[in-house]
Design a protein around this ligand. Structure first.
Ligand code: SF4
Length: 541
């Protein structure tokens, strides 16, 4: 979106007005693929009934089914994979910047320009396009993001710096996060190289796509940086920063490494510079993301990379809330926890996807550990950061999961008492290690196990939220509730954007009105299963 915006396109969220439609897709599990296809078909209708003349499909579905998308959905004019973002300009009929000014100057090799497809045909895992076409439009979800553009208006072509011209924000601080003094402040940091673990997995075939029909063999290698144009779609006070791309872990249910490539970190200085830029634009809450944030910096020679990065970011004036998502369980170090505990503006919040608690299932998932080890980790986390909110997610119905495994998981959830918990049903993905496993479970068994877990968590959450009543907390006001204008929605530091429960404000106290994106002191007055209700005491803070 940043590239399109800078090239002169005017962005609109109303597809019926647009000349060019872009659907950004996901393809890591069946439901995501289906949702992506449904959204493409929904947008395709605007080519016959609206002003749209081009339909572009971008993102992970393209990495998986590059050829097949165009063959099965002829309304699609161009596809743009996750490693060739600049191709969006050409696809939209806009001029690309000269190669020397590419914002993706960390991209290595010529992968973006070369594609080689293998095989043909849509995977059986995805509902047929014809079936999807037959669905009424209102039955389709439109949650896959779609973007519409009107090209050729008010060119804002700016300049951006090539690597050699970039500023190093750490240069004058005398601070270097790198272990090797040669990689010190004053010189630009090294670019990402692969981790030994990633190289080993590559040799073992972890990232191979040969069996994927209609995909390209070449993995994405790009990383954006602080000079890459961004167009924020989040509320003005909040933004995500992606600190790394790809993943080297061997989880047998997961095809994200095949879609996103090997793990690679953004330069430390680049992340810090981007955070400064966002705060200067009015952002007050930053959420760090990546497929595995806790590996951050290992490929750059950083020791305790994530903790060191958090330390640097926490010192940015006016940054009120800082958090990271997607921690890998065996990488929660004492240093990381100390860093969370030490800074007031690092949210007391940890997202730790555990996937299961049965050692047998975890072993077959190629993740290891089990309930006993996880409980010790949680104990360590809670002791180091009192009051921390814990989020996790589980997969139910992994091949061979027994009724006993399921009971073990329930007992673990009872003991662990997570603040927030998500449950995914196993999705059998071609190209994943688990795809070839026997003992696949019937859908109804998987769904019933999911229902049991969600019911259990509902009762745990209800009891926990009742303990919130009477507490005085700082809230970030987000705006009027979508359900009724009588309520406002807000979050505490214990709620990550978009994924956790909500705080509803039904009483503004002495204030005439609230302002979205501002912080307020409030008292919790009521608790529901996942959400709470609050009354404002003072603010904005
Ligand atoms: S760590 Fe996450 S992204 Fe990486 S392979 Fe495992 S589940 Fe997939």
């Amino acid at each position: 979106m940043g590239l399109l915006d800078r090239a002169g396109a005017r962005l609109t969220s109303h597809p019926e007005e647009a000349e060019i439609l872009v659907v950004n897709t996901c393809s890591f599990i069946d439901t995501a693929k289906q949702e992506s296809v449904d959204t493409i078909l929904e947008m395709a209708r605007h080519k016959t009934s609206g002003s749209a003349r081009k339909l572009i499909v971008a993102g992970c579905l393209v990495e998986r089914y590059r050829d097949e998308i165009r063959k099965s959905i002829p309304e699609v004019d161009a596809v743009v994979g996750t490693g060739e973002l600049e191709a969006i300009l050409q696809a939209a009929g806009l001029a690309a910047p000269p190669a020397a000014l590419s914002p993706f100057n960390i991209l290595t090799g010529g992968q973006a320009a070369q594609t080689r497809t293998v095989g043909q045909g849509f995977s059986p895992g995805i509902q047929s396009v014809e079936e999807s076409r037959a669905l009424a439009p209102e039955a389709r979800s439109s949650a896959s993001s779609s973007l519409a553009t009107r090209p050729g208006q008010e060119s804002q072509a700016g300049t951006h710096k090539h690597a050699s011209e970039k500023q190093n924000p750490m240069k004058d601080t005398g601070f270097s996060p790198y272990i090797n003094p040669a990689q010190s402040a004053g010189a630009l940091a090294p670019e990402a190289t692969s981790r030994a673990e990633g190289d080993l997995r590559e040799q073992q075939g972890r990232f191979r796509r040969d069996e994927w029909q209609g995909a390209t063999h070449l993995l994405p290698t790009y990383l954006y940086d602080e000079t890459t144009p961004r167009f924020l779609t989040t509320p003005k006070s909040s933004a995500y920063i992606k600190i790394a791309e790809g993943c080297d872990h061997p989880c047998s249910f997961c095809v994200i490494p095949n879609l996103r490539g090997k793990f690679r970190s953004r330069r430390f200085e680049s992340v810090v510079a981007e955070a400064h830029q966002l705060v200067a634009r009015g952002v007050r809450e930053i959420t760090l993301i990546g497929q595995d944030t806790t590996c951050y910096g290992e490929d750059l020679g950083l020791k305790d990379g994530l903790a060191t990065l958090l330390d640097a970011l926490a010192q940015i004036p006016n940054l009120r809330w800082l958090r990271f998502l997607y921690a890998y369980p065996n990488r929660i170090t004492g240093k990381l926890l100390d860093t969370i505990a030490r800074h007031d503006n690092i949210c007391k919040y940890l997202d730790l996807p555990l996937q299961h608690a049965s050692p047998d299932v975890l072993k077959r998932m190629k993740r290891g550990a089990g309930a006993g080890i996880f409980l010790k980790t949680l104990e360590k986390v809670r002791a180091a950061v009192p009051g921390i909110a814990l989020r996790t997610s589980f997969i139910v119905g992994f091949p061979g999961e027994t009724a006993q495994d399921s009971v073990l998981l329930e007992d673990f959830i009872k003991a662990a008492k997570f603040d927030w918990l998500g449950v995914f049903t196993y999705s059998d993905e071609e190209g994943s290690g688990a795809f070839s496993l026997d003992a696949k479970l019937p859908k109804r068994t998987i769904e019933s196990r999911k229902r049991r877990l969600m019911k259990l968590q509902q009762s745990i959450s209800k009891r926990a939220k009742q303990q919130w009543v009477g507490r005085e907390l700082t809230l970030l006001a987000e705006g009027e509730s979508e359900e009724t204008p009588l309520l406002w929605e807000a979050r505490t530091q214990f709620h990550a954007p978009e994924i956790d429960g909500k705080v509803y404000i039904n009483d503004f106290g002495d204030l005439e009105a609230l302002e979205a994106g501002r912080f307020y002191k409030a008292q919790i007055t009521e608790a529901h299963d996942y959400d709470v209700v609050a009354r404002v005491l003072s603010g904005p803070l």
